[in-house]
Design a protein around this ligand. Sequence first.
Ligand SMILES: Nc1ccn([C@@H]2O[C@H](COP(=O)(O)OP(=O)(O)OP(=O)(O)O)[C@@H](O)[C@H]2O)c(=O)n1
Ligand SMILES: C[C@](O)(CO)[C@H](O)COP(=O)(O)O
Length: 222
Amino acid sequence: MQEYAIIVAGGSGSRMKSDIPKQFLPIHGLPVLMHTIKAFRRYSDQLIILVVLPENQIDLWQELCEKHHFHETYGLVKGGETRFQSVSNGLMKIKDADALVAVHDGVRPVIFKEIIADSFKVAARSGSAVVSVPLKDSIRLIIKDKNKAVDRSQFRLIQTPQTFRLSWMQDAFTTSYQETFTDCASVLEAKGYPIFLIEGSYENIKITTPEDLLWAEVYLKP
Ligand SMILES: Nc1ccn([C@@H]2O[C@H](COP(=O)(O)OP(=O)(O)OP(=O)(O)O)[C@@H](O)[C@H]2O)c(=O)n1
Ligand SMILES: C[C@](O)(CO)[C@H](O)COP(=O)(O)O
């Protein structure tokens, strides 16, 4: 079955508060998104990669590609207002009848090829594979002005890639957008599809705020 990766990098990175969107900030001199694309290419030469970018940042990306002599093979897709819309735009570019699609945040550059491989293997068998890790901190539930300890073993932190059968994704993404759709798993779950969790890695961080860049520098050895 043909394997696709939709790498979503259509956001503005408001929480990073940087001059340019965080997906273009350098780690060891190379933009975050280039590290992410290279990680997926390391997984397979056969993988079809689609990269979703904000329409108004495509010129900047192309300048960066020239500057860094970045010549990986991938298709470019225009992003949307929300992550949901950006994924949806990526899905619309896929014309195969049958395929597997891994959706990954462009700002998670420390993704190991073994995890990508596992996500495709499990999704081929079960229809879905969502990367997750156990919590290391204690957590408390906030109820108005009070709070209460909860059993952390009942929770998982969810990462990407999130890999699914194309037909499941196409069906699920016909749903109207809801605020609670923070990832693809929540969209597929809302349509009744089962979500299978697989083991992720604590290094697979999402670059969201400035200190995350420092950790990514440590994890991505030059
Ligand atoms: N309209 C959007 C919003 C987000 N994303 C992508 O989804 C991933 C996870 O989102 P997040 O970390 O929230 O990125 P931003 O939306 O850019 O950040 P912020 O919420 O701080 O503005 C990122 O790779 C981001 O580029 C996207 O493709 N299209
Ligand atoms: C998709 C995701 O990275 C899984 O943890 C996360 O939900 C993205 O959240 P954000 O609100 O877009 O930062």
